[in-house]
Ligand binder design. Structure first.
Ligand code: CMC
Length: 437
């Protein structure tokens, strides 16, 4: 289904020193969700732009991939509720769904997994590329650099006008991200890189590359690989968030997919976005004991203090984050499986959640725990170092980025993204030579 003109119009008058003319703008409807006022003709007709920094009221594209109802706490991938996918599906199936629009048949799934698995190894030359980084580099810095560098290695999938190239690049990105993430970790601890094992499932293979070494046999705990798979599903796509919009904007100029995904990783790194999972754990460690929670909640409410409760709040969810619900349950499952009955950080997290949810400030502003609130505790319990948390978010989100990038490239109405501005700088003035300033 495409956006349709619902025959409603938005009617407005430009007053105050202006013509007083009245304008009609079309209103478009999607399959579900708020209508949008189509302002594409606005500048040509009125000589005005819209102004919306942070895009709080702006739709940037038409998309069929993911839908969020922030008031109801709903997240759908291609129409399927996230909790149903997390419960019944697996990450490879979800990747197929996001890329192709439908759940795969048994045969399609086998072929897809085979296709992705075929690309898990990196060009061997990339091993030397890693050695150019400092050992103490943040893994997200390594990730940005290495994914961007893929475009220097895979020349046979850079022609974005060729659907086959686009799909091969997409498979490559999905397949190679866990390998790069595990290599970033191994490099940081001076351990040998582990090659992927293509007889393992996607999440299992990642845990294998992270925690195995060439000297010993290693068996991945199936409960942990199941939990990791579920975490990947929960993070796989999220509509037009900052990193996805970055991928689309970078791609709108015709840039190659590896460069675009590298741009997305850079955007994800920030603590207001994917970097929040790392920031949550650092915050819980800083709180140290439940008795200190009130002090941190007060700090978060203080207008003169920039501190925010990390893992709380969301631009779109104003009821609850459906991903956080599943994450909460997974957290308890993982800790149970690992026999961790006494995790002080979890105690702090539970108490912090309780206090914040009872506090008028958080209630009035509709600030609820988001997906990042519990993911860090799970990752920590699995033995994943804090600096790698956002890298895992990037591994999971890659399929969403490539699905959105493909959708944009295939959209016949696609144009280079080029916002305008409200200029408040100097007007024209004469250049003053150096000696006269
Ligand atoms: N702690 C304390 N106050 C907050 C918080 C918070 N975590 N989040 C928002 N507020 C307040 C904010 O100060 C503002 O108050 P006022 O209206 O009095 O100025 C109000 O709530 C609205 O905040 P905003 O910054 O205008 O909202 P936004 O939609 O621009 O920001 C957000 C959304 C996620 C960036 C923000 O809630 C935040 O910084 N949260 C902490 C970081 C975090 O957990 N990020 C992960 C997001 S979910 C994963 C992902 O999608 O990447």
């Amino acid at each position: 289904m495409n956006a349709k003109d619902n025959l409603k119009n938005a009617n407005f008058t430009l007053t105050d020193n202006r013509s007083g003319d009245t304008y009609d703008l079309p209103v478009l409807s999607g399959s579900v969700g708020p209508d949008v006022i189509d302002v594409r003709r606005l500048y040509a007709e009125t000589d005005c732009f819209t102004y919306d920094p942070g895009y709080t009221s702006t739709g940037s594209c038409e998309s069929k991939i993911t839908y969020i109802d922030g008031e109801q706490g709903v997240l759908l991938y291609r129409g399927y509720p996230i909790d149903q996918l997390a419960e019944n599906s697996d990450f490879m199936e979800v990747c197929y769904l996001l890329l192709y629009g439908e759940l795969p048949t048994g045969e399609q799934k086998v072929q897809f997994e085979k296709g992705v698995t075929y690309h898990t190894m990196l060009n061997e030359q990339l091993n030397y590329f890693f050695r150019g980084f400092r050992r103490d580099a943040h893994p997200m810095a390594v990730m940005c650099g290495t994914v961007g560098a893929l475009s220097a290695f895979y020349h046979d999938s850079l022609d974005i006008s060729d659907p086959k190239h686009r799909m091969v690049a997409s498979y490559r990105l999905i397949a190679k991200m866990p390998t790069i993430a595990a290599m970033a970790y191994k490099f940081s601890i001076g351990a040998p890189f582990m090659y992927p094992r293509n007889n393992l499932k996607y999440a299992e293979n990642f845990l294998y590359m992270m925690f195995s070494n060439p000297c010993e046999d290693y068996e991945v705990n199936p409960i942990l690989s199941k939990a990791m798979d579920r975490i990947l599903i929960l993070h796989a796509d999220h509509e037009q968030n900052a990193s996805t919009s970055t991928v689309r904007l970078a791609g709108s100029s015709g840039a190659n997919p590896f460069a675009c995904i590298s741009a997305g990783i850079a955007s994800l790194w920030g603590p207001a976005h994917g970097g929040a999972n790392e920031a949550v754990l650092n915050m819980l460690e800083e709180i140290e004991h439940p008795k200190n929670i009130t002090k941190f909640v007060e700090k978060a409410k203080d207008k003169d203090d920039p501190f925010r409760l990390m893992g709380f709040g969301h631009r779109v969810y104003k009821n609850f984050d459906p991903r956080a619900k599943v994450m909460h349950q997974t957290c308890h499952e993982v800790l149970g499986e690992l026999g961790i009955t006494n995790e002080p950080l979890l105690d702090i997290a539970v108490e912090l959640e309780r206090l914040a949810l009872e506090d008028d400030y958080f209630v009035e502003k509709k600030l609820y725990p988001n997906v990042d609130f519990y993911s860090g505790i799970i990752f920590k319990a699995m033995g994943i170092p804090t600096s790698l948390f956002t890298v895992l978010f990037a591994v999971a989100r890659t399929v969403g980025w490539v699905a959105q990038w493909n959708e944009m490239v295939e959209d016949p109405s696609q144009k280079i993204g080029r916002p305008r501005q409200l200029y408040t700088g100097e007007t024209t003035r004469e250049f003053v030579p150096l000696g006269q300033r």
